[in-house]
Design a protein. Structure first.
Length: 165
């Protein structure tokens, strides 16, 4: 993807990617689905991971999206069935299966990122450097508030313990 086409430096783009990584768990699945049409939140997070690392194994995916390995396997299988990703054996260790973008998946992801960048560019082109700096500070505060809310939500969910004799 040509970032210059959107008037965005690689540093700013990396900052955006890092920010998304930091807040990825704070948004509901519905928000992610609205942004990315027919993809679930976890599928989009797998896309982000693949974009950053090219190829990953199932354990890395499960850890990144914070789900059990069997859940990650189901998501990856669905994405593979839809032609968005592909599995292949590692050249170094044939026992290891790596997951990477298929051409269709890479094209879809680049299209979605391009669409987001287009809208982002429109917004940022109207802002001064000071306003952009202020916006980033505000987003950091938003992240803190969302994290606090998420932590409260986790704390309020009580696990029912069953005594086994």
């Amino acid at each position: 993807m040509n970032l210059e086409e959107y008037g965005i430096s690689k540093d700013i783009f990396q900052t955006i990617i890092n920010y998304i990584d930091e807040v990825k768990e704070l948004f509901s699945s519905e928000i992610w689905e609205n942004i990315f049409r027919d993809c679930s939140k976890n599928e989009i997070l797998i896309f982000w991971l693949l974009y950053q690392r090219d190829e990953v194994n199932m354990t890395e995916i499960a850890e990144y999206i914070h789900v059990p390995l069997n859940t990650a396997t189901g998501i990856v299988s669905r994405m593979e069935k839809n032609g968005l990703i592909q599995r292949c054996r590692s050249e170094e260790d044939k026992r290891v299966v790596l997951i990477g973008f298929s051409q269709k998946g890479k094209t879809q992801f680049q299209s979605l990122v391009g669409e987001m960048m287009r809208y982002g560019t429109k917004v940022f082109s109207e802002l001064t450097a000071e306003e952009i700096e202020l916006f980033l500070k505000i987003m950091d505060k938003v992240k803190v508030v969302l994290k606090e809310d998420k932590n409260k939500e986790k704390a309020s969910k009580k696990v029912r313990k069953i005594n086994i004799e």
